[in-house]
Write a new protein. Sequence first.
Length: 252
Amino acid sequence: MTLLPIPRANNPFGPLADPLVATVAAAVWFVLLLQFRLAPQLDLAVSGWFFDSAACAATERANGMGCSGFPFAGTPVLYSIREILHPLPAILGIIALIVLAAELWAGRRWRNAAVRLKTVLVAALILGPGLIVNGVLKAHWGRPRPWMTEDFGGWLAFVEAGTRTSLCASNCSFVSGEAAAAGWLMCIALLLAVHRYVWSALAVGVVAVAMAVLRVAFGAHYLSDAVLGFTMTIVIFLVLAAFAEWTVARQR
């Protein structure tokens, strides 16, 4: 049983390296962004599923700066799961980087499929969750997190996905850094599926989705933050994979 065709010889990405796949994925990302902007009620509705107004009223802070209205954030089991999963992409990324360095030290170069695979994975993690998400979007777009907004017991106005504002000073909501890192795990799941490790792919995929869902359930991010962060990393990975295989094809 396979989810995707097996890669061609010396192509570790299989159909994931097809430029058309990367182009379609990028187009879908922008369509999703437009949809969330045109229908901001989606964000409010989904966050509302996890919000408890009674719990918020009972824990309202005297200074008016929010409340504990998202009960899942205080659930010990879910909190522990989040704490375990949070560093997982970074740990795996460091391991991949160490193995890549060892392979380069051993004399393997760009034409080696394993070298390209690890290079693309490490680059996607650094560019996506690292530079673009945490270095640019979360630092400068200023979207308040759900628990900060007036709709959920906070003190700031709701801001649509993609809108740049100064309401939040740092470590803001657009997009989710953890969901972006979870998207990187989904890239690993896709690679496992390509190489016929179906059950492993499903397991990693479930973990990836769970990481993103928990951010919404905890009131830390809106649905759009999670979805756009998650898929952004996948798009970056697909673009890098297509570019990597294109450079090799040019040398043949």
